[in-house]
Write a protein that binds this ligand. Structure first.
Ligand code: HEC
Length: 433
């Protein structure tokens, strides 16, 4: 289903899963287990710590995984005990920003206060191993993987960003299938983690393809410039749909069983790449893997939520030297929209983002909180899939709230640069389920 146009802008940067973020600031602290014997009642690796670490950490921290340290063996974990204590105690690890007071989510790998205390006491006691006979087995909470890769599309050739610091470039890629298909999952593979700030494969309907080809033909370099939307005109955000997205900390999704995004033969994908060269340059060749089905029970959309007025003309003022600036966007569902269901959400701001939330307001009822991030982190912008999908009926309001701290000297507003700001939620939406 599609929501009625106008109020809901379809926009840019966003995210859903586990990919190495561009910067990591913590200092490495290697140490060996202490030589004095640990207190007899201290937690041990096998009995207490390993089950927590296996569940919440080794989805990423494995040998050859996309996180820097392997935490799958006692020897390795013990040698990293101080860094683990630092990361867990400061709540930077595991990266799970969804507030537990708002909603419950699939694959929740966050730690309870008690689990944090256990890990800190273990590190403090010199990381005792304990007896392997007391080992408690647990399974890693891994991020979703595609059941199959049925189609891969890639940029036709590598591209080196030319505009600095931000370059928006779109690449047209033919959708090669001769029959209608449904996208049931995707994985975006950014080619250059230094420069890729976001990637969105927009679906261009066959009727619009010619106009897009003209843009491409008019620009001699690979692809064409496309700030704001896949053809540079923000209004095109309402005539194109998203087939996926990537931003730091995100990039893979498998949709709820029986649902998918319809793609007709003759369509073209406009892969919008936002490059930021502040951390270095180099070329990029990004690709997207799709999991497909011939038919699904429920049609779905990756639905962005933001105020199209901000996109077209600003008005999302964030004055210099001001903390706690809040803007909201409310969309009230119409009779034409009918009822629809929201299954997931990711929240997107840029580097001054402080907190954000997405809630449903219903007349005469308490608000239903879908996702609240109290300490926003640009490096971790995954999608959170709700344990139970949320229903939105005509008359209900979807409310997006974003708050920023702006210590800098420049007034900020909506803009495409990493130095500008945004306020956007993305959701996976079905017309039934
Ligand atoms: C979603 C993937 C993911 C999960 C889950 C995760 N980490 Fe990490 N971790 C990373 C990445 C990526 C980095 C490096 C970049 C960064 O820190 O942002 C990192 C960095 C670290 C570091 C710093 C390593 C260094 O170089 O000093 C430690 C320690 C750490 N993680 C511990 C943990 C622990 C303990 C858990 C579980 C409680 C955990 N992580 C869960 C992805 C993850």
């Amino acid at each position: 289903m599609r929501l009625s146009a106008g109020a809901v802008g379809r926009l840019l940067c966003f995210a859903p899963e586990c990919i190495v973020p561009p910067m990591f600031l913590a200092l490495l602290a290697c140490s060996t287990p202490g030589s004095t014997p640990p207190p007899a009642d201290a937690p041990t690796w096998h009995a207490d710590v390993e089950p927590i670490v296996t569940r919440s950490c080794t989805g990423c921290h494995t040998e050859g995984g996309n996180a820097p340290v392997s935490l799958t063996s006692y020897a390795s974990a013990a040698s990293w005990k101080d860094a683990i204590a630092e990361a867990v105690g400061s709540r930077t690890m595991p990266p799970w920003l969804a507030s537990p007071d708002c909603n419950t989510y699939q694959g929740d790998r966050s730690l309870t206060e008690e689990e944090i205390a256990t890990i800190l006491a273990w590190a403090d006691a010199g990381a005792p191993e304990g007896d392997v006979a007391t080992a408690v087995v647990s399974e890693p909470l891994a991020d979703p993987v595609l059941d199959s890769v049925d189609l891969t599309i890639a940029m036709p050739e590598a591209y080196t960003p030319t505009a600095s610091p931000d370059d928006y470039r779109c690449f047209l890629i033919d959708w090669p299938l001769a029959e209608r298909a449904y996208v049931t999952g995707f994985e975006v593979n950014p080619g250059n983690l230094q420069t890729v700030h976001h990637a969105i494969p927009f679906l261009v309907d066959a009727a619009d393809v010619e106009a897009y080809r003209a843009l491409d033909a008019a620009d001699p370099a690979p692809g064409y410039t496309c700030y704001g939307s896949p053809n540079g005109d923000p209004r095109a955000l309402e005539s194109t749909r998203w087939l996926g997205s990537w931003a730091p900390g995100g990039g893979t999704a498998t949709f709820p069983a029986g649902s998918g995004i319809r793609v007709e033969p003759g369509s073209v994908v406009a892969l919008q790449m936002h490059y930021n060269v502040a951390n270095g340059g180099g070329d990029d060749l990004t690709s997207v893997d799709f999991q497909l089905a011939d038919a699904v029970e429920h049609s779905a959309d990756l639905q962005p939520w933001t105020d199209i007025a901000w996109v077209l003309g600003g008005g999302m003022d964030i004055p210099a030297h001001t903390d706690g600036v809040t803007h909201t966007f409310a969309y009230t569902a119409t009779e034409d929209d009918g009822s629809f269901f929201l299954h997931s959400s990711a929240l997107h701001m840029h580097t001054r983002g402080k907190s954000a939330s997405l809630v449903i307001q219903r007349a005469g009822e308490e608000d239903e909180c879908l996702l609240a991030v109290e300490q926003y982190d640009f490096d971790w912008q995954r999608s959170y899939y709700f344990d139970a999908p949320a229903t939105v009926n005509p008359g209900d309001t979807v409310l997006l709230t974003c708050t920023w701290d702006n210590p800098g000297d420049d007034d900020l507003d909506w803009g495409e640069g990493t130095g500008d700001e945004m306020c956007l939620a993305t959701t996976f939406l079905t017309d039934a389920y």
